[in-house]
Design a protein around this ligand. Structure first.
Ligand SMILES: [Zn+2]
Length: 309
């Protein structure tokens, strides 16, 4: 083989390798699809009418992309078109791409974030005031039910729990806060146990808020705006696993919102160290830790509010 041919071959192989790596990286965070899901989402098939999971779903919530979890449609925009597939007259702003089909007759809709095939959009049928029908395959989406109105619980760990609680107990719509331990492997731990660093528990604040007066998004924003969420394995001068930055979510909706804000911060250039975990048992801490700064008339040493959002 001539040397020029050899160089060309090496270049082609290198390029192929690079493309393969990029592809893997791009898809790394996507959900695994079943063959039935792939037939629609990747190969642009259509599920049979009137059999999809969400055709008659009237519950309140958000429809997200089955492949990448991007929010696509809201239940408020869903209507009954009797066509056999879930129908919406609006999308969540900027979440859906429109492309004219190869035959030039219909307009395909895909997830803007990952390209998943969703279905087609039709205009001018007169179903609703918006005169638009997004005809979406149920299998392309996953439904996240909204939390019922009332008192909702949230759990945040952001270093010393005295400082975390200090900000949440003053926030609008919060009715109660309690400090404790979460995410470890021992039952009913004491502060002394947690300080050994052997329990795996994080100092956590349980926040109970009235979601008709505020919402989980406000709680998540306050969490990120009152600690250094880029610090790994500690907070300020407090070093150790018990001071790590964590959001313990109690519902799929909370998880979705927490992921959204981590994505927003990542796009702003922050390297977010906060980890998400489904909320396990919350163990209340000793009484002297509760509302510590209010009892002592003090203020936190490393939880300072700064506006980000
Ligand atoms: Zn997607």
């Amino acid at each position: 083989m001539k040397s020029t041919q050899l160089i060309l071959l090496i270049c082609v192989l290198a390029l192929f390798n690079l493309t393969a790596c990029t592809q893997t990286k791009k898809n790394m965070n996507y959900n695994q699809l079943t063959p039935e899901e792939k037939a629609v989402i990747i190969n642009k098939g259509t599920e049979r009418p009137f059999v999809g999971e969400y055709v008659d779903n009237k519950a309140n919530g958000t429809y997200i992309c089955r492949q990448c979890n991007a929010p696509l449609y809201r239940s408020e925009d869903k209507f009954d078109s009797h066509c056999g597939w879930p129908s919406f007259d609006d999308e969540i702003s900027g979440s859906v791409n429109r492309t004219i089909d190869a035959d030039g007759r219909r307009t395909e809709i895909t997830c803007k974030k990952c390209g998943a095939h969703l279905g087609h959009v039709f205009l001018g049928e007169g179903f609703t005031k918006k005169d638009t029908r997004y005809c979406v395959n149920s299998i392309s989406m996953k439904f996240i039910p909204a939390t019922p109105k009332g008192i909702e619980k949230a759990y945040f760990a952001s270093g010393c729990f005295w400082g975390t609680e200090y900000h949440f107990m003053k926030a609008k719509g919060v009715v109660k806060t309690t400090v404790g331990y979460m995410g470890g492997n021992t039952t009913n731990p004491s502060y002394k146990d947690v300080c050994t660093g052997q329990t795996g528990h994080a100092e956590t604040t349980e926040v109970e808020f009235d979601n008709s007066k505020t919402n989980y998004e406000e709680m998540v924003k306050l969490f990120f705006e009152t600690h250094d969420f880029t610090q790994v394995g500690g907070q300020g001068p407090d070093i150790g696993n018990q001071y790590r930055s964590m959001i313990f979510y109690t519902s799929a909706e909370q998880k979705l919102i927490a992921e959204k804000y981590i994505e927003i911060l990542t796009k702003k250039g922050y390297k977010v160290a906060t980890k998400l975990e489904k909320a396990p048992v919350f163990w209340k801490a000793e009484d002297y830790h509760q509302e510590y700064y209010d009892k002592k008339h003090g203020s936190p040493y490393c939880h300072i509010y700064r506006k980000i959002f």
